[in-house]
Design a protein around this ligand. Structure first.
Ligand SMILES: *Cc1c(COP(=O)(O)O)cnc(C)c1O
Length: 393
């Protein structure tokens, strides 16, 4: 591309504190009409002024102004220089693996989003990428899994669905010393609550399907990096393989991130409320929520997060779990998370059904584990909904 794109990352990133960046970063009035919102540039190609003379836009797999605005917005929220968006969260992880780990070795947290583990072990393995799954809470285990061929460490913190917390800064130190890239799937936290790049990670990753777009109406993913040559490599692999989000999805994501700060305040507050309610309920055996002092890594979570989001899980008997998820009225039985509406699921038979039973049970993903994505409704209604769903009479 000869001309610099007018919306190249950073060029319109806006200035200000986090809440202001949510509203303004990556966006400026559309130059022809002054439209205050970034238009949906629903086009596959751009007319060129002459042979080899274009305005920085050639073809939709290479450039699109709506996508670039959304990328610049999210990059600013993560405090990163480059945002590279994808058609899904898994496509983002796959692109990173292809860009940096071809023929090499990846270390991944064992308790990730089920689809991530499935891709690592059943798809990337076919491409000659070797994967070791470890409990990344154990720094020594991470360190001893590193081989000469190790290219990437993939963390997910908080993890899905057990809300394990990995020490980003400590693992970043190990990764840097050994010349290995560190990627943090920060989907459960959102940039409102956790900034992996500031803690030393090389890549912050999100399924934008979740909190970033926030309204359960779009599928997408993003990688945010500071290193220019890594960004170039990711752009190269993305344009050569094509897993891009369309203009409409990019626009929906941008519409979502403009209110991220407000939504996350309520997700954080309602998450804590529901965690405390469940913790005090006699049918509940354990609650996994990093915001609770009872969480084994609460102190670390408080150091690397500023809020704990609306994601939590709770351990019940299998019968109580099944009865509850079928009786809730506001909490909808669904697989996704991070939307404005509350959702409830049973990971063992839904999101993590593809994880072998033996591995699932060893980690603690029992048949009675219930996952909650607490939305932004009135918290009192949510508590009442769970109360009635748990009532035995
Ligand atoms: C949903 C999710 C993914 C996968 O993202 P898709 O957009 O569904 O491809 C990866 N990691 C986490 C933590 C997720 O919640």
């Amino acid at each position: 591309m000869s001309d610099p794109s007018p919306r190249e990352p950073g060029s319109n990133s806006g200035a200000g504190r986090f809440d202001t960046l949510c509203v303004h970063a990556g966006q400026s009035p559309e130059p022809v009409t002054g439209a205050i919102t970034t238009p949906i540039f629903q086009t596959s190609t751009y007319v060129q002024d002459g042979i080899g003379r274009h305005r920085g836009y050639e073809y939709a797999r290479l450039q699109n102004p709506t996508r670039e605005a959304s990328e610049a917005n999210i990059a600013a929220l993560e405090g990163g220089r480059h945002g590279i968006a994808f058609s899904s969260g898994l496509a983002a992880i796959e692109c990173l693996a292809k860009a940096v780990a071809g023929g090499g070795h990846i270390i991944s947290e064992e308790n990730t989003y089920g689809g991530t583990t499935r891709m690592f072990t059943q798809v990337l393995a076919r491409l000659g990428i070797d994967v070791t799954l470890v409990d990344t809470r154990d720094l020594a285990a991470v360190e001893s899994a590193i081989r000469p061929q190790t290219r990437l460490i993939h963390l997910e913190t908080p993890s899905n669905p057990l809300m394990r917390i990995a020490d980003i800064e400590a693992i970043a130190g190990v990764a840097r010393a050994r010349g290995v890239l560190l990627c943090v799937d920060s989907t459960f936290a959102s940039p409102s609550n956790q900034r992996p790049l500031a803690l030393g990670a090389d890549v912050a990753m999100h399924s934008t399907t979740k909190y970033l777009s926030g309204h359960s109406d779009v599928l997408g993913g993003i990688l945010i990096v500071n290193d220019d040559s890594l960004a170039e490599e990711l752009h190269f692999v993305r344009k050569s393989t094509g897993p891009l989000p369309g203009p409409m999805d990019s626009w929906l994501t941008l519409r979502g991130t403009r209110t991220l700060h407000l939504r996350m305040e309520r997700h954080n507050r309602n998450g804590m409320l529901i965690a405390e309610f469940l913790q005090s309920h006699p049918a509940v055996r354990a609650v996994h929520y990093p915001g609770l002092p009872a969480h084994p890594r609460h102190d670390l979570a408080r150091l690397q997060m500023t809020g704990f989001s609306g994601m939590l899980s709770a351990e019940l008997s299998q019968a109580d779990a099944r009865r509850m998820v079928e009786r809730t009225r506001l909490f909808r039985l669904a697989e996704s998370l991070g939307g404005v509406e509350s959702m409830i699921s049973i990971p063992s038979v839904m999101t993590h059904a593809s994880v072998p039973e033996e591995a699932r049970l060893r980690m603690g993903i029992t048949n009675g584990l219930v996952r909650f994505s607490v939305g932004i409704e009135d918290g009192r209604d949510l508590v009442e909904d769970l109360e009635q769903a748990l009532r035995t009479s």
